[in-house]
Design a protein around this ligand. Structure first.
Ligand code: FPP
Length: 254
């Protein structure tokens, strides 16, 4: 595979075996910048270009949903200048990309505690959500001030509030009900999770939703993760057999 061109890799993809929903932990921006003696924010800026390419690739391939981890709750602990630079970049991304998103049929949404963000960033997010609400070629979900455990806590709170209002019985709580109260309500679970930069952790991302997801870890740093790297991840996904805990017909259990 390593010797093949990006076009040759693309031609090996089977359109009927593509994931419906891809989730990505975009990691390694800081290391990309530091290895070039640049400030960390230069890595985040370059990372935006990868976001743009992967959104385009998903839209072109007909992948239905892409969910990207842009800012975790833990990221608030970074130096304040890096936090505010990341918030500025979010606004810059939305200002630059809104028209492209609309042209590509992308519906933009966010998950996480959006209320933690600065008011101007919240406004950009809300306006973009509104401007793309009628589109559904690709559902792009950006996780902002997101934590997987917090998402489950928020779901439990909503369920308890519902229970107080309409006397929900404990036996009525099942997996489907929990799912309906998650931030990702309405989206299918991811088929493929990609994490860049060589780390092999989930880092509090989509804890509930990743139960049966195929995991793909690559040493490539996020700013270097472009079409070619994405196609390699999709080809690896296509080679895997997804059993969801079952034994597939024709296989011998041992
Ligand atoms: C991890 O790299 C990346 C982030 C914390 C932010 C990801 C953000 C972007 C790609 C740009 C903003 C995206 C949008 C959609 C506006 P790191 O800084 O943890 O890298 P390191 O592990 O090498 O230090």
């Amino acid at each position: 595979m390593d010797q093949l061109s990006t076009e040759e890799l693309a031609s090996k993809l089977h359109s009927n075996l593509l994931p419906k929903h891809v989730a990505i932990i975009m990691d390694g921006n800081g290391r990309w910048a530091e290895s070039r003696h640049l400030p960390r924010i230069a890595g985040h800026r370059e990372g935006i270009k990868s976001v743009r390419e992967i959104v385009q690739a998903c839209s072109d391939l007909g992948i239905q949903a892409l969910t990207i981890y842009a800012f975790s709750q833990e990221n608030w602990n970074r130096p304040s200048h890096e936090v505010s630079a990341l918030m500025d970049l979010l606004e810059y991304f939305l200002a630059e990309e809104r028209t492209n998103l609309i042209e590509q049929g992308v519906r933009f949404r966010t998950i996480g505690r959006l209320e933690d963000l600065p008011p101007s960033a919240i406004q950009w997010v809300r306006d973009t959500e509104q401007a793309t609400a009628h589109l559904d070629k690709l559902h792009l979900t950006v996780a902002l001030s997101y934590g997987g455990r917090t998402e489950i806590v928020d779901a439990v709170r909503k369920i308890l509030r519902d229970a107080q209002e309409r006397k929900l019985q404990p036996d009525e709580v099942d997996e489907a009900l929990v799912q309906q109260h998650l931030y990702t309500q309405g989206l299918p679970d991811p088929d493929l999770l990609i994490r860049t930069s060589g780390e092999t952790r989930i880092s509090n991302f989509l804890l509930w939703q990743l139960a049966y997801t195929e995991l793909y870890f690559t040493p490539t740093l996020w700013p270097d993760f472009r079409h070619r790297e994405f196609f390699l991840a999709l080809l690896e996904y296509q080679r895997r057999e997804r059993r969801f805990g079952r034994v597939l017909s024709g296989t011998i259990s041992s």
